[in-house]
Design a protein around this ligand. Structure first.
Ligand code: FAD
Ligand code: SF4
Length: 516
């Protein structure tokens, strides 16, 4: 067999305008998509995450076939290749293309694998720029050049100006770049009122077959398929976007950081969040259309600027910033462990079986839904990994496995932020706090056996004790960090007995992490 170009499409490249399809000639070229078991087993992937990728890929393949694209689609269980690389090698040899074409992959090692393979097989490889992102790898590199301080805020302002998003010429709409101070509200004692419903997505035949495959091939994997709500087609992703803009965007900002455990039988871990990360990451949605939809709604319905800006900051700021950083700092980013933390991840990260209610809620929700919002990831499960000195590589593997939206280019820099493994390169301080923060931002502590204000003894809150332990241990370094100096000063106020008692309790806790 022979073809002119072989275009490879990856599971997170499901946009109709995938640049690998540019200039595709159905008479001479061929397409390849592969479901490789190793993508679900290299990290022990959540069932919902596997389902999302497989179902979205099969729906995408269906549309290609309907448009008469010549496609080789290797389905799970119908081929013997464990890894993408092995499948690519076999198919490239069989299809014998003159050239291989792919859009920039979202994972460093996949790009390396394909480059190595093309070199070995002596076939030219064209890696096309990924137009999905609003800041290309090259543009980010240029922005970051010259020893500039890599801070999201500066990058975000440049992006706002470049794309004229919420701008009046060179001034930000409303006069401020940032409304974070108004956006960090808790729900108060009474809790959230009228949590919006989440949109409904039909589980069609393709998705049902995917579920059956998962139970057949990955029965032992963590997580549940019972609450699977995620869009697997562009149409469903557009419905999700519309639903968010209509029902949740207005209140998104105020409740962005708040967490709540419901007790009225209405289980809603989603609150006012957009639920768009998986659709964006699979490229069923384009960030430009998401931003446009938010800006249009702001203009047409006078939505609160704090909410609209807060949302746009996540997409145009954080998402693009993390993407740029990943490609700037790989492969070094995956190895960083400045604190030399080597403890194992506690087993309850996979089950939620711990007495710490904050961790129990966030992990159980993750296992049920494959979803937790940013503060649950950063300030509950992430922060606990840092305070307990878990090896960042184990934490990274967990985040890559546990969430439906997990793809390495976005997951790894976020974990690097949560573990402070970037050591100040792109975040100015570690994200750490005592149990008082969790108490303020949620109702978790009300239902916990531990007491957030207690540092020592049997009722001490592990988050609080281990926060103080961490602050004491790194006191010297943190006192020199202007953004940590105030927190470090509180350590100065502790007398020797108090420090000894905290260290004693922390030592017991660190020895006993699986049973806290
Ligand atoms: P919303 O709260 O509604 O936010 C809107 C959108 O902004 C999101 O859909 C997402 O596309 C983007 N966004 C928000 N925060 C970030 C951020 N910090 N980095 C990049 N994009 C952001 N996000 C992923 O998409 N995939 C991951 O694998 C992932 N892993 C994470 C791991 C850790 C340790 C942490 C702290 C955060 C991680 N995030 C990840 C970022 C963020 O938590 C999720 O994007 C968000 O919770 C998804 O829910 P949502 O769509 O309802 O987001
Ligand atoms: Fe978490 Fe501590 Fe609050 Fe319990 S008391 S929920 S462990 S912060």
């Amino acid at each position: 067999m022979h073809c002119r170009n072989l275009a490879i499409i990856l599971g997170d490249q499901l946009n109709a305008d995938n640049p690998a399809l540019e200039d595709f000639d159905q008479q001479q070229d061929h397409l390849l998509m592969v479901e490789a078991p190793a993508e679900a087993t290299q990290v022990w992937s959540h069932k919902a995450r596997i389902a999302l990728f497989l179902s979205a890929m099969r729906h995408y393949a269906d549309t290609l076939i309907k448009k008469n694209y010549p496609l080789t689609y290797l389905r799970l269980g119908e081929h013997a290749h464990e890894t993408l690389k092995a499948a690519w090698e076999y198919e490239i040899k069989r299809l014998n293309p003159e050239k291989i074409i792919i859009c920039e992959p979202g994972e460093y090692s996949l790009e390396q694998d394909l480059q190595a393979l093309a070199k070995t097989l002596n076939i030219p490889l064209a890696i096309k720029d990924d137009q999905h992102f609003m800041c290309s790898r090259a543009d980010f590199k240029r922005w970051a050049a010259g020893g500039k301080t890599l801070r999201m805020e500066f990058f975000y302002r440049e992006m706002r100006k470049k794309y004229q998003v919420l701008m009046h010429e060179d001034k930000p709409a409303g006069g401020d770049w940032n409304y974070d101070a108004e956006n960090r509200q808790s729900f108060g004692i009474s809790g959230p009122a009228n949590i919006p419903n989440t949109p409904k997505v039909e589980t069609d035949l393709i998705t049902k077959r995917v579920f059956a495959d998962i139970e057949k091939y990955f029965p032992e994997h963590p997580g549940s398929l019972e609450h699977f709500i995620w869009p697997v087609t562009r149409e469903a992703a557009l419905d999700f976007l519309q639903d968010f803009i209509q029902y949740r965007l207005a209140d998104f900002g105020a409740h962005q950081d708040a967490m709540w455990q419901t007790h009225n039988g209405k289980d809603s871990p989603y609150l006012w969040h957009s639920l768009l990360s998986s659709s964006l990451n699979l490229k069923l949605l384009n960030p430009r259309e998401v931003i446009d939809a938010a800006v249009k709604a702001y203009q047409a319905h006078h939505l609160p600027l704090q909410s609209v800006e807060g949302f746009i900051r996540q997409i145009l700021g954080w998402r693009e910033f993390m993407h740029g950083l990943y490609w700037l700092d790989m492969p070094r980013m995956a190895e960083q462990n400045p604190f030399k933390h080597h403890r194992d991840l506690p087993a309850w990260y996979w089950t939620g079986q711990t007495n710490m209610n904050c961790q129990r809620q966030c992990v159980s929700q993750t296992m049920q839904h494959g979803y937790a919002h940013h503060i649950q990831r950063l300030m509950v499960t992430g922060m606990f990994g840092l305070l307990t000195e878990v090896d960042p590589r184990q934490v990274e593997a967990w985040y890559l496995a546990a969430y439906i939206d997990a793809v390495e280019w976005v997951e790894l820099p976020n974990v690097s932020m949560a573990m402070y493994s970037n050591n100040g390169r792109f975040t100015s301080k570690p994200y750490i706090a005592s149990g008082a923060y969790i108490k303020r931002m949620s109702n978790y502590c009300t239902h916990c056996t531990y007491k957030p204000e207690v540092k020592t003894g049997p009722s001490a809150c592990p988050v609080t004790t281990l926060y103080w332990h961490f602050m004491i241990k790194h006191h010297e370094v943190f006192s020199r960090n202007p953004r940590m100096a105030l927190m470090a000063k509180h350590v100065d106020k502790l007398d020797e007995d108090a420090i000894e008692a905290i260290q004693h309790t922390a030592k017991q806790m660190l020895k006993n992490l699986d049973h806290l």
